[in-house]
Design a protein around this ligand. Structure first.
Ligand SMILES: NC(=O)c1ccc[n+]([C@@H]2O[C@H](COP(=O)([O-])OP(=O)(O)OC[C@H]3O[C@@H](n4cnc5c(N)ncnc54)[C@H](OP(=O)(O)O)[C@@H]3O)[C@@H](O)[C@H]2O)c1
Length: 303
């Protein structure tokens, strides 16, 4: 089968379209014929070597890419709860495995898979798993019933975080580019602040004393921490992005984990967001576009 892999770290140009053996599902696993694989920042960090450098991904000669997948089950190991022909979405969070979703086929634990949402094209459904689960699991870390600040609110994780926080009855203040105000209000933001300097002052003008919690998907760190009240809550989204817990703010880091059952629920609530669709062979172009910033939603690769 064909798969996109890296044999050396670097920019988008190091992505290789290679011929590799079709993986076989083991017990409790399914093999999915990939219809669509979304391109996420974590794939760029894998390609550049940042994740291997940080000790998150083991060094290996050939690294596959791609966490988000939508497609059709074509083989199932013993005990897997899906059958060939099922149309599914899933998350490949076992990054120590050699191959990912940028491929003709991918093998996932059945527990990482959900039936695809009915009536949603697979190129759209592929944009759901990583970002929906991250937003939901980040919000799980937060106990407040008050005001939550979401930075990067127009982004893939941030947009879902706004929607889920709003659905939970929290007051949501969104930080994004000025041009994205209408978008993030549509997601459910009650308040809006354009990205820029003096964020903490502007948050505190809107929410006296500061926000109860922040989901810092834009990785602002200290600037976002300063916008939170003493004893509040901070959720960080990347290795090294968690600030020192000053003023008794409880700082935690979310680390996505696959959860097929939760994914099925979220897929019924959250809208897919597609920024564009490219053939799998053009993965390097997709990575260039991701690096350029300003995407709204995910680029999707189709084998
Ligand atoms: N820990 C985990 O389990 C986990 C899981 C998934 C993602 N992540 C991480 O979470 C982060 C967000 O992911 P994503 O997929 O949502 O990325 P994304 O779609 O690129 O969204 C990031 C958003 O932040 C905005 N932004 C950048 N700088 C900003 C600033 N100074 N102020 C306000 N907004 C700003 C970007 O705007 P522009 O596009 O206009 O620049 C973009 O809208 C990434 O670092 C990703 O690696 C972590």
């Amino acid at each position: 089968m064909r798969a996109v892999v890296v044999r050396r770290f670097g920019g988008p140009e190091v992505l290789e379209f290679a011929e590799v053996p079709v993986p076989a599902p083991g017990p409790g696993q399914v093999r999915i014929r990939v219809a669509a694989a979304a391109v996420n920042p974590v794939d760029a960090a894998t390609r550049s070597g940042a994740l291997t450098g940080a000790g998150v991904i083991p060094a290996r000669e050939v690294l596959g890419l791609g966490w988000d997948v939508a497609g059709e089950v074509d083989a199932a190991g013993t005990g897997a709860r899906f059958r060939p022909g099922d149309t599914v979405i899933g998350l490949r969070d076992r990054i120590a495995l050699p191959l990912g979703a940028y491929a003709d086929y991918v093998v996932l634990d059945a527990s990482a898979v959900a039936l695809a949402p009915a009536g949603v094209p697979l190129v759209e459904a592929a944009t759901l798993p990583l970002n929906a689960l991250t937003a939901a699991q980040a919000l799980d870390l937060v106990e407040t019933t008050g005001t939550v600040l979401v930075t990067g609110a127009a982004g893939a994780v941030g947009g879902y975080a706004v929607a889920l926080a709003h659905a939970r009855g929290l007051q949501v203040v969104a930080v994004a580019g000025q041009a994205d105000e209408a978008l993030v209000r549509q997601f459910g933001a009650d308040g809006f602040l354009p990205r820029g300097p003096a964020l903490a002052d502007r948050v505190r003008a809107l929410v006296p004393g500061g926000a109860d919690a922040v989901l810092d998907t834009a990785l602002l760190g200290l600037d976002a921490l300063d916008a939170v009240r003493g004893g509040g809550e901070f959720v960080a989204f990347a290795a090294g992005a968690a600030p020192i817990p000053l003023r008794g703010v409880r700082v935690r880091n979310v680390w996505i984990r696959a959860d097929g059952e939760r994914l099925a629920e979220l897929a019924g609530i959250l809208p897919p967001r597609v920024a564009g669709v490219l053939p799998l062979a053009e993965a390097s172009t997709a990575h260039e576009r991701l690096a350029g910033g300003g995407l709204r939603g995910r680029l999707v690769l189709t084998p």
